[in-house]
Design a binder for this molecule. Structure first.
Ligand code: SAH
Ligand code: F3S
Length: 433
């Protein structure tokens, strides 16, 4: 009987990919198979996120639950960003945990497995060329890391402290990984990094200088690869060359994440984002002028220290001007080891909550209006998810999620779909060709 692995993944797409890597390593080197049943697992892993505070509290309550439900002798390992920044403290607060493995150390999973109470959290560890096994949770869409870490110093963000300095993965390794995925049936690849369009800034060894735009060009030469997506680009690095390649390259999906964080130039400066309200709007204008069909999503933080009513109005201004297709909005959460943690001009909790509601209300109005205009449109949809109720869901090139009645034969297929009914997060349609 094979050993069983239960793995829970919190947080971002990069964490999902790290989990895929760990599953592959544990399968290849240790013979583990995954299970959804915690009680039969020999190894329980939780791959954590520490971007905001709430998930950290959740971690300890969940670990307690795992410890109660696990079978005798099963090991529990804590991985990811919270592992990186809490380290030893996790073993102190939850002594039944067997090991702690940082977000920059996932390649060491089979090593720490055999060392009781191991804590591997070196954020300078260079695993950028770690040759990963093939495991992918979806055969249709391949997540591929193109860089690790982040060189920015956004004052609210803990990521540079949990994932370390930015290192780009050599383009030939990325291209080989993409080709392998395509040979195994994926028609779409999803490039991952904290700062993808800063690609090429630093490699660990000697290497031809290749920037993100050039990487996209090279990847799009792969036969049978039809779609390329990526996250997250940074507004600061959206130069004209990149935006023009994005617009004209037919394999690059026309959906762009442009994390705004705040619409106030004063707050952006305090956040050390490197752009202003005006320069952000200028990039949106350039993008929409060369690529009118693009859908733009964003991340916004409300209640950052010092954010006045006027600053928040600036954020609403940008939202009204851009009309984002999707907004991920968060209340500011002070994080350890960040600069903003020491800022004293804290925004009242209630004010921050009210701002969050106001922003979300405005966003819902914008989305409802936009969605209503989509009724009857036809999109080329790539199907990737089988839903329980005999529906199969997929995405249009510009990231609209549409479901149709159908079965698993549709998975990994492209179809033209006409939108027949509208919901806020998902549309329903019927196949027309
Ligand atoms: N490199 C990514 C950011 C990763 S963190 C990017 O530039 O898009 C994902 C999002 O979490 C951020 O964009 C930000 O909106 C949010 N976030 C990060 N730190 C936060 C904090 N301390 N409080 C609230 N939201 C935060
Ligand atoms: Fe965080 Fe800013 Fe990097 S949000 S991940 S420090 S670009």
């Amino acid at each position: 009987m094979s050993k069983k692995l239960f793995i829970e993944t919190l947080g971002c797409a990069m964490n999902s990919r790290d989990s895929e890597h760990m599953i592959a390593e544990l399968h290849e080197k240790e013979g583990y198979e995954t299970t959804d049943n915690l009680a039969e697992a020999d190894l329980i892993l939780i791959n954590t996120c520490s971007v905001r505070e709430r998930p950290v509290h959740k971690l300890f309550s969940e670990l307690g639950g795992f410890n109660k439900k696990k079978k005798a002798g099963a090991k529990i390992g804590v991985c990811g960003c919270t592992a990186s920044h809490l380290g030893e403290e996790i073993l102190k607060r939850a002594p039944y945990v067997s090991f702690v493995l940082g977000a920059r150390n996932v390649s060491k999973i089979s090593e720490v497995l055999h060392k009781d109470k191991a804590v591997e959290i070196d954020i300078n560890y260079d695993e950028s060329e770690f040759a990963f096994n093939d495991f992918r949770s979806s055969p249709y869409k391949a997540y591929i890391n193109i860089s690790i870490g982040c060189d920015k110093a956004c004052t609210f963000c803990i990521v540079p402290k949990t994932r370390g300095d930015e290192i780009s993965i050599p383009d030939n390794l990325i291209i080989n990984e993409a080709k392998k995925a395509v040979n195994n049936g994926a028609k779409e690849i999803f490039l991952l990094g904290q700062n993808v369009n800063n690609y090429g800034r630093r490699f660990s060894g000697e290497q031809e200088k290749v920037n993100f735009t050039e990487l996209l060009r090279r990847l799009s030469q792969i036969d049978d690869l039809e779609r390329i997506r990526f996250t997250s680009p940074h507004p600061l690095h959206m130069d004209d060359e990149f935006i023009e390649e994005f617009a004209k390259n037919p394999k690059i999906c026309k959906s762009m994440h442009m994390p705004l964080q705040s619409g106030s130039s004063k707050v952006l400066k305090e956040m050390k984002r490197g752009y202003t309200k005006e320069s952000f709007l200028n990039r949106v204008e350039k993008l929409r002028s060369v690529c009118p069909e693009v859908s733009i999503s964003t991340d916004i933080i409300v209640g950052f220290p010092g954010e006045s009513d006027k600053d928040f109005e600036d954020t609403l201004d940008v939202v009204k001007a851009v009309k984002f297709e999707q907004i991920f909005s968060f209340k500011y959460s002070p994080r350890p080891e960040t600069e903003a943690e020491h800022f004293t001009n804290v925004v009242d909790e209630e004010v921050a909550s009210d701002r969050l509601s106001e922003l979300q209300l405005l966003n819902n109005e914008i989305i409802d209006e936009k969605n209503a205009s989509l009724l009857g449109n036809v999109y080329r949809v790539y199907f990737e998810d089988l839903n329980r109720d005999n529906f199969v869901a997929g995405r249009s090139d510009n990231n609209i999620v549409i479901k149709v009645k159908g079965s698993e034969e549709l998975l990994g297929q492209f179809r033209d779909v006409k939108v027949t009914s509208i919901g806020r997060t998902i549309l329903t349609g019927e196949i027309v060709a």
